[in-house]
Structure formats: C-alpha cells, structure tokens
Write a protein that binds this ligand. Structure first.
Ligand code: MG
Ligand code: MG
Length: 266
C-alpha cells in the first residue's frame, strides 16, 4: 500500500528532514581524527531530542543507536562504536528523526582529512547519481526510471558496483513504507510515481564489486571485496514537474566547509 500524503503531511515530513540534516551538520562539526562513533551518536541523540524529535533508528528492529555510521568498506547500517576515526577514513552517516507524527531520513558520506582520488571520485559520482535519480522522480514516471538513472550514472558509466539487496523506500508515519526504490532498474517499469508520494532515494555504490556481506552483529553491511562504498540519501516528495527535495544537504555542506579536518569530494 502506497500512502499519498497531503501538503500538510509533506510539510511535517520536511520539518523532520530538516532536523535530520541539522543533526548531520552538528555531527559534521565534531567529526575529526580522534573522535569515536559513540561520541557522534551521543551528540546526535542529544541534538535530536533537544529539538523536539525522537531518533527514528534507536530501537528500530532493535537497532541500538540513533545514527548508522559506516566507515570505508562498510556500506550501511554500521553500529556506532568506540573505535576512533583516522585521517583518510570515509564515513557514511545516516540519520532519521520522528517528529509531529512523521519521519525524515537522510544520509551523507564524509571524508576525514584527505583520501585517494579514486575514492573521492566514487563519492562525487554517487552524490551526482542521487540528483540524477531525483531528476526523473516526477509524477507519471515510474520507480524504475529512478533506478535506471542511478545505475546508468554509476554502474554503466563508471563500472561501480550498485548494491542490489538494499534499496530506497517510502517515508511517512513509518520510517520504511512502500514502494521499494531500487538503485537499479529499467525505464518505464515499476510502480507509477504519483503526486503526494514521499520517498527516500539512497544510492549505495561500491568502488569494486556490488556483492556485500553482513557481519555477525546482524546489522553491519560490508563490501565483499573490502573496497570502499559511498551512500547519499534525500527524502523527496513527488510533484508534477520536478520533485520537491525535503531534506537539505546545504546545512551539512556548510558544516563541512567550516571544519578544517574534513575534506571534500570535489
Ligand atoms: Mg537513511
Ligand atoms: Mg532510508
């Protein structure tokens, strides 16, 4: 069942998404060599709660934290721990907030210090693919158009690995709703996109093989070849001519600019 949202509901989802992005910006201002994922998680949870939200991920299917923190070969769903970050780590941080009855969901991949040009390119291309997907996400198109755009930009043009097992999703009263939004697919296939649908688009793109493994903790997803992976996510509303992006990475990107300890993929 795909729930179409009213403008009032979309506004509430947007408020949750903005709090997610401000939380990620706050986390980015603290991200540097020597800090742990535990500490970042604590900062995020405090920030979310002090702004009237509830962390969506904490307790979701028993997930133990407010952030997913996924370093280097970890694709997604990394559990924050006491390992400290080092120069050269690439770190995907995913956050969800529940506020006023609705969830928001967004993710960004950060570079601590500097890293290899080929990994920077992976991040840049993955981030571009998110916007390539969003361009096709308009009423009358189909879910497969989004996946085809992302797959073309990453797998066909760059020979990166597009993770198949994990996908984007509807967002609303539940963190994960129908439809599933794969990062691969065929144009013109899949459910029709309709005005009022709210979906999270989240390319998870690997430098090497698309194959993944799950660690024994039941959450952490890693690349099978241990090569790096990137992840960017926006929650968007489907409209007639152009999607409305409800999350806002400009908060995060401003925070990266102001933090000398972080690098940029461009
Ligand atoms: Mg997310
Ligand atoms: Mg998501």
């Amino acid at each position: 069942m795909i729930y179409l949202k009213t403008d009032d509901e979309i506004q509430k989802i947007k408020e949750s998404c903005i709090l997610v992005c401000k939380t990620l910006a706050e986390v980015a201002s603290h991200l540097r060599p020597g800090i742990s994922g535990f500490k970042l998680n604590e900062i995020a949870e405090d920030f979310i709660r002090s702004n009237g939200g509830i962390p969506s991920f904490l307790g979701y299917k028993n997930f133990p934290a407010s952030l997913c923190i996924s370093k280097n070969e970890v694709v997604v769903h990394g559990i924050p721990n006491n390992e400290i970050f080092e120069e050269g780590d690439v770190v995907s941080i995913d956050c969800g907030v529940y506020k006023n009855g609705f969830h928001g969901d967004s993710a960004y991949t950060f570079i601590i210090g500097d890293t290899h040009p080929e990994i920077k390119k992976l991040l840049r291309v993955t981030n571009e693919s998110l916007y390539e997907g969003i361009k096709t996400a308009v009423a009358g198109n189909r879910v497969g158009d989004i996946g085809a755009a992302i797959q073309t930009h990453t797998e066909i043009k760059q020979h990166y690995g597009v993770v198949r097992e994990l996908v984007g999703h509807g967002v609303g009263k539940n963190l994960h709703e129908a439809p599933e939004v794969p990062n691969f697919g065929k144009r013109g296939k899949g459910p029709m996109l309709k005005e009022g649908m709210v979906i999270a688009i989240e390319p998870m793109i690997n430098l090497g093989t698309r194959k993944i493994k799950q660690k024994d903790d039941g959450w952490t997803i890693v690349t099978a070849d241990k090569k790096a992976s990137a992840h960017y996510e926006h929650t968007i509303a489907i409209r007639k001519n152009e999607a409305e992006i409800l999350s806002d990475h400009s908060f995060i990107e401003k925070s990266i600019k102001n933090n000398n300890e972080l690098g940029n993929f461009s």
